[in-house]
Design a protein around this ligand. Sequence first.
Ligand code: HEC
Ligand code: HEC
Length: 309
Amino acid sequence: MRRISERSVDGTGKAVDCTRLMKKFVKRTLIFLVLMIAVIAGFVFFKSRSRLGKTYTVAEHRIVVPQSAAAIAEGKRLYISRGCIDCHGADLSGATFLDAGPIGRYTGSNLTKGKGGSAARLNDVEFERALRHGVSKNGKPLVFMPSVDFAGMSDEDTGRLIAYIRSAPPVDKVSPRQKIGPLARVLYVAGKMPLLTSAEMIDHNAQSPAKVDPTVSADYGKYIAQTCTGCHGTNLAGGPIPGAPPEWPPAQDIRGKALSKYNEAQFIQSIKTGKRPDGSEIRFPMPWKNFSQMTDTEIKALYLYLKTL
Ligand code: HEC
Ligand code: HEC
């Protein structure tokens, strides 16, 4: 670089070296910026750590865990159609469902009664608290377990899920700790990744229904639609999926008008096969494979409910 060594005269008449002044200015600015970044990083780290370390007290909620083969089979259907399988695996031993550099690496727990599995550690009350409240055995929030979608699940369905989990063959596997990346912490503190701790979003005093009867009604559809809100948003209006890797398409609007391209039969077909009536593919991560386990009553009720929005 060409060296400029012009000299100028300031107000006092003293000669000042411009190059030196510039260097000083740049150095100070850099130090200031580094300090600012350190302060912000520290703030993000401590703020996220304090939220992730919060202890929740949730009232004991005893539910009946049925033993019949029919109830266990229904528990399995729920396990698949409500999406547990994506994060906890087909054998319930846990699966890494998100591994995205600065966002982090997240793995669903081994739920089986094998060594390191949840069923070997948790009683039914603790299972209920994990599932519907997103709170772990030690009272801390579970990380990235989307309990906000399951908080409204009936006692009956929760019992069936626990029954299925307890019936699954044991797998010995220690669940790894969640790796929460720095970008996830920034997004979380900025309110852009609320799913990191579902426990914060749940009203822990709300009363879940004891039983919800499967009928083709908008009410039942609303109950089922809790499975859709994690991606399509609480109002089901769609948009970018919180915390998703950049290659995922945004979830679409699935309220009334947006569904005008589907009649009821086409809607059932599309939810089960992942193909729109015009033949186009509803892309990943829309979990239509799981939804192929939904009953027609569930999907008809969903259709009725979504049409009302
Ligand atoms: C988006 C992924 C995801 C989905 C879907 C999901 N889970 Fe989880 N779940 C997790 C993660 C991650 C953890 C571990 C959280 C932690 O380590 O803090 C977890 C933890 C749990 C725990 C607590 C385990 C323990 O030992 O404390 C239970 C029980 C559980 N999940 C059951 C379910 C069931 C049943 C469903 C379906 C109704 C489900 N999960 C759906 C990601 C998921
Ligand atoms: C894991 C995230 C995820 C979940 C859970 C999810 N969806 Fe989707 N869904 C998507 C994404 C992403 C798209 C957009 C796909 C595309 O652009 O090809 C989509 C698209 C759709 C479409 C196509 C909309 C159109 O305009 O043609 C329908 C219908 C739909 N979802 C219904 C549902 C219903 C009903 C549920 C709950 C039972 C649900 N989805 C749950 C991610 C999800």
